[in-house]
Design a protein around this ligand. Sequence first.
Ligand SMILES: Nc1ncnc2c1ncn2[C@@H]1O[C@H](COP(=O)(O)OP(=O)(O)OP(=O)(O)O)[C@@H](O)[C@H]1O
Length: 261
Amino acid sequence: MVNVLRFTDVTYVRDRRPILDGIDWAVEDSERWVILGPNGAGKTTLMKLATANDYPTTGSVEVLDKRLGRVDIFELRNRIGFVSSATGRRIPASEKVRDLVLTAAYGVEGRWNEHYDDVDVRQAERILAEWDLGDYVDRAYGTLSDGERKRALIARAVMTDPEMLLLDEPSASLDLGARERLLQMLSGFARSPHSPAMIMVTHHVEEVPPGFTHALLLRDGQVQASGPITEALTAENLEATFGMPFELTVSNGRYAAVAKP
Ligand SMILES: Nc1ncnc2c1ncn2[C@@H]1O[C@H](COP(=O)(O)OP(=O)(O)OP(=O)(O)O)[C@@H](O)[C@H]1O
């Protein structure tokens, strides 16, 4: 087991307000974490630190064994796969799907005049096929549906064989079918021993892919619960996190929560 992420007493303060407050959290390479919490709880801020896109105000964040503030963050970011709605907005609409994945190997968005090796082209096409986009390699990114775009962005994120894959609300805005399809694929990916550590932010327990092993529940910048998913993702912890009582059910690894009448 290798530690890919370690937060020690992390505080992140803006406008004199603690947005993250005393966070202790560690992730190992075999773990798949889901992060839940109400709007404004600090989930995106946590992601920014975990992807080396910002620094804590106090405390320490170690990403892939390197302490933020003492390491070249550009070298570190090459070892991390990250998908968020902001990532998608940076992709030119005319970008071919194959190039979208291929350019990840060179850390650029939008193909210019780079030369790519055949081996990279084949790898990009293989990954696209794995994410069910084998027939879309010559399509422009802007012509894809939301669900197809999400899968294309994940394919791009895994192209560089990252040691950690972070997904910020990958199912947001997807229709039921597209969401279920994505969840099935994420579930399969999560269960593969060859996959990197995974961390996924979501607003809904229904979107937790089976195979995810751990959960972190955040409220007002503080950890309400954290640990193996069966211990952390409980009705009691959801109530403490969202401030209302829930009935929580689990069936075939899928969670569902409704407010108690
Ligand atoms: N740079 C900043 N300056 C001031 N306030 C900030 C800054 N970044 C985040 N915040 C505030 O910190 C709080 C947490 O924001 P964050 O985006 O991390 O929450 P979140 O859990 O991801 O929310 P959501 O579920 O709505 O996406 C919010 O109240 C936000 O307005």
